[in-house]
Design a protein around this ligand. Structure first.
Ligand SMILES: Cc1cc2nc3c(=O)[nH]c(=O)nc-3n(C[C@H](O)[C@H](O)[C@H](O)COP(=O)(O)OP(=O)(O)OC[C@H]3O[C@@H](n4cnc5c(N)ncnc54)[C@H](O)[C@@H]3O)c2cc1C
Length: 440
């Protein structure tokens, strides 16, 4: 019998641990061809006229792919890297390496699913099957206590039922050894210039320099337990632990299940609790499942920013928001942090998103597209889902908006944060802005 080769198409699952497509391929095939494509689609212009992927996120992606290549090498594999449309590249590689099947993790958001449909079509033309796996959520779709079409739209009901009736599956094993076909041209990792981007500047005010890759994701998780370093003081002085894992989770450098089981282990060993972190992981699942259930309608069922509501000078207002030049100290400080680092915490995202939509009356989709470019942790379902919630663009109102939101206290708005992110000379002139617009 002839050898079987499976092409493993990496997308937002850039890891070797708890990666079912990699494990399954090693079990089913003699040889594995791991491939990553830098798709020019993600580097073209978005709604706000800027690149869909900004340079901070692109650098993080490059680091993550480089780390995946290194980790695959450790277990005997070689990652093939290409720049181009996967619907053209994958069939070419499949032909060149006599591939029998292609594996990937299914996505939920519109653009991502469209890309996989194109890949599926072009593979089908050469009689190859694209096999879909579920690997991005904490709870497996098959283990939910309801079919996708009946998932409750209210987060509170979703949470209650899932936690009562479902279990998180254990992580899958890491393959010890993989065999790749003899590769003639593995392809170089591109640099930012090849992707049409400049080198980012690392702002010294930034708390973190997020470095992409699975190794760093695991370090970040360890440091969360060891240092408990990213703590915010919330309402009534309660401490909120932020994992700052989102950039790695977004690219799948670490799975939600890995985070979940590490938290459970750590809680048992140390008799501590991280209910906030577990709840947040569930929020991520919820947005993905909402996209699975409603598709694009989830962000468009009730477009609150209809033409009559939008400010006549919305382009001007949007520019001032983007540049952190609205005259509201907290909003401007947050936008300066976002522009400089690519990361702001959840509470601050709510502040600036709510401000754009409710105070400036700018179309929320412009803001969401801007976040898409800027956020290192950009993830379609989480970003567009959260924005749509804030804009009231869908019917899932019941859950709105007591996500793990921390209301920023008056004290917080005045202290170091604003001084750090706004030039000192300007801050006296700014209007005080207490968090009245934070949606609670
Ligand atoms: C307008 C807006 C846009 C957002 N865009 C994104 C985005 O593009 N990508 C993204 O990952 N998150 C997004 N979020 C959710 C949230 O702000 C970030 O996930 C969180 O700030 C990441 O920090 P952390 O890793 O320290 O979170 P933690 O509090 O430590 O939570 C752990 C993980 O849970 C997930 N999570 C936490 N809160 C949410 C939430 N509200 N919705 C979905 N998942 C959540 C993230 O994966 C996060 O890493 C957005 C929120 C708002 C209000």
């Amino acid at each position: 019998m002839s050898e079987k080769t499976i092409l493993v198409w990496f997308r937002n699952d850039l890891r070797i641990h708890d990666n079912e497509i990699l494990l399954e391929a090693t079990r089913k095939a003699d040889k594995i061809l791991p491939v990553y494509c830098f798709d020019p689609f993600y580097f073209k212009q978005n709604l706000s006229g800027n690149p869909k992927t900004g340079n901070l996120r692109a650098r993080f992606l490059l680091e993550s792919v480089a780390n995946l290549r290194k980790n695959l090498k450790k277990i005997g594999g070689e990652l093939v890297i290409r720049i181009g449309n996967p619907a053209e590249i994958l069939p070419q590689l499949a032909d060149e390496y006599q591939v029998n099947e292609v594996y990937h993790h299914r996505e939920v958001a519109h653009e991502e699913t469209e890309i996989s449909e194109q890949v599926e079509t072009t593979l089908w033309k050469i009689k190859l099957n694209l096999k879909h796996f579920i690997g991005h959520t904490l709870y497996h779709k098959e283990d939910l206590p309801f079919p996708i079409k009946d998932i409750p739209d209210s987060f509170a009901v979703f949470k209650k039922k899932v936690e009562r009736d479902s279990n998180v599956r254990p992580c899958t094993a890491t393959p010890e050894n993989i065999v790749t076909p003899e590769i003639t041209d593995a392809g170089e990792l591109p640099d930012l210039k090849q992707l049409g981007l400049d080198e980012p500047f690392d702002d010294p005010r930034s708390e973190n320099r997020f470095v992409g890759g699975e190794d760093e994701a695991l370090n970040q998780l360890d440091s969360f337990f060891i240092n408990n370093s990213h703590i915010l003081i919330g309402k009534k002085g309660a401490q909120i632990n932020l994992s700052k894992l989102s950039p790695w989770i977004a690219l799948g450098c670490i799975s939600l299940r890995q985070v979940y089981w590490e938290v459970i282990k750590y809680q048992q060993l140390n008799n501590t609790h991280y209910p906030g972190l577990l709840l947040d992981l569930l929020w991520r699942d919820y947005f993905r499942f909402m996209f699975k259930k409603h598709g694009q309608k989830f962000i468009a069922t009730k477009d609150s920013t209809d033409a009559a509501d939008v400010a006549v000078n919305q382009d001007e207002l949007f520019e001032s928001w983007k540049n952190g030049d609205t005259g509201f100290a907290l909003v401007d400080a947050i936008m300066h942090e976002l522009n400089a680092t690519g990361y702001i915490n959840n509470s601050n995202r709510q502040v600036v998103a709510g401000f754009l939509v409710k105070e400036l009356n700018v179309d929320w989709k412009k803001g969401a597209a801007y976040f898409e470019e800027k956020l290192i942790d950009y993830s379609p379902a989480s970003n567009w889902g959260n924005w749509a919630f804030i804009a009231g663009a869908n019917d899932a109102r019941e859950s709105r908006y007591n996500i793990t939101s921390i209301q920023i206290t008056e004290q917080n708005t005045k202290n170091d944060y604003i001084d750090t992110w706004l030039p000192a000379t300007k801050s006296d002139d700014y209007q005080a802005f207490s968090a009245g617009i934070v949606l609670k």
